[in-house]
Design a protein around this ligand. Structure first.
Ligand code: RNT
Ligand code: ZN
Length: 422
């Protein structure tokens, strides 16, 4: 382990290197400290939820792996989550899904949920000074088994899911109000067809109607805001997805909703970084589901790759950080689940730090001058600047493990806690 003295010395040297480019590392760290990432509860139990009604996950979501130790109860999930955030610099949030309701063994339909089923979550979040975000759960349910929910041809099915949507927004408002921190409630539905439909129009018309019914009630945006999440295709909806990109972009713009860009929801070689400034031309706020698709929307653990860096750069270069709800969305059951959270979140924070350390005014000046040679040369030089040292210093400053030291902590937790779950 590097001694604090050496860390400090290394930081001073790194600071000088960045200062020579006009970058203030201390300022970058202050800005990074304000960034909150919403960590998805569903990485902790393989998108299991607590209904245990025997419904398949469905909706095109697939979790593979059977690494031991997954959280089986809300208490276990909460404990695992606290372990994960204790290894992250900064203050972060928890992103809950509706089917993590605690019903004390009672069967409560998703169209019946209310704040009462989430009071443990809120009390816990309050005690640990965590903000909460929320998601309607439109999968893993008999009424979603045919792959249609809000766009379903059967009015009764639509009614059930509309009611679910409404209740979730109210629960989100309860989170926001009680915790004094705005909740983002994100709506994603799996609706689509495996094979070519004859009618692409009617399901979309029904979806507009259902969404309008869900969002009809005005909720104080201090307490809850809503986002809608488009997708290109899913497993089981390869030929047609009702809530496609064009559909939801139009919906978000016309209804004043947030658009949620999920990194895995496009063509396999298509990134979301370029889309950020495009949609911000029309929207005040957006949400991101930072994910990593491998050949398809496989939701692998986020790593520090070019796609992630490009997202972080766009957020910083466009000054969009304050207007973007940052969330992670992936689920890997083949490795330690607490580590999966930590790896993805630390990588995202590192990427943001690297973006905050860019000599932006200099790069912009070069571009405006038309000096594309120097622009390219600088991009490449920047890749080997000592951002890692600034990151280590930041972790130390925040009192979390520096470098790979966090791995030992997760291993200890696995030995003491996770391995006892048999
Ligand atoms: C599915 C969407 C959605 C889900 C979560 C569990 O493709 O990305 O966000 O991953 O709701
Ligand atoms: Zn997503």
């Amino acid at each position: 382990m590097t001694s604090p003295k050496n860390l400090g010395r290394a930081y001073q040297l790194a600071k000088e290197r960045y200062a020579a480019l006009g970058v203030d590392t201390d300022r970058a760290l202050r800005r990074l400290k304000n960034v909150s990432i919403s960590l998805h509860c569903w990485q902790g139990d393989d998108v299991g939820g607590f209904e245990h009604a025997g419904s398949e996950l469905g909706g095109g979501l697939a979790v593979t792996g059977n690494y031991p130790g997954k959280a089986r109860t809300a208490d276990e999930l909460r404990a695992d989550f606290l372990k994960a955030v204790s290894l992250l610099p900064g203050r972060h949030r928890l992103n809950l899904h509706a089917f993590y309701a605690e019903t004390k063994g009672r069967k409560i339909g998703r169209d019946q949920l209310g704040p009462a089923q989430f009071k443990n979550w809120v009390a816990w979040a309050k005690a640990h000074k965590l903000g909460l975000d929320f998601n309607q759960t439109y999968f893993a349910h008999p009424l979603a088994a045919d792959g249609l929910t809000l766009a379903h041809q059967d009015k009764r099915v639509r009614k059930f899911w509309i009611e679910h949507g409404i209740r979730c927004r109210e629960i989100g408002a309860f989170f926001g109000k009680t915790l004094g921190s705005t909740c983002l409630t994100n709506l994603w539905i799996p609706d689509g067809y495996k094979d070519t439909p004859v009618d692409r129009k009617a399901p979309r018309e029904r979806l507009v109607e259902s969404l309008d019914a869900i969002f009809a009630k005005k909720i104080d945006p201090k307490h809850n805001v809503d986002s809608v999440e488009p997708k290109l295709f899913g497993i089981g909806s390869e030929s047609y997805v009702v809530g496609s990109h064009e559909f939801y972009l139009g919906y978000a713009v016309s209804r004043g909703k947030l658009l949620c860009l999920d990194a895995g929801h496009y063509h396999p070689t298509e990134g979301i970084a370029d889309k950020i400034s495009a949609v911000f031309a029309y929207l005040d706020r957006i949400a991101l589901h930072v994910s990593r698709g491998v050949r398809w929307d496989s939701d692998h653990v986020v790593i520090l790759n070019d796609d992630l860096l490009a997202i972080a750069q766009e957020l910083v270069r466009g000054d969009y950080l304050e207007r973007t709800h940052l969330a992670l969305d992936y689920f890997d059951a083949s490795i330690n689940r607490v580590a999966a959270w930590v790896i993805g979140a630390r990588c995202f924070l590192k990427a943001l730090l690297m973006a905050l350390l860019e000599p932006l005014s200099m790069l912009k000046r070069l571009e405006l001058k038309g000096d594309n040679t120097a622009r390219l040369a600088m991009f490449e030089e920047l890749k080997t600047m000592p951002a890692g040292i600034v990151w280590d210093y930041y972790c130390d400053l925040c009192g979390v493990p520096v470098g790979p030291a966090w791995i030992d902590e997760v291993k200890r937790y696995e030995r003491d806690v996770l391995s006892t779950r048999v």
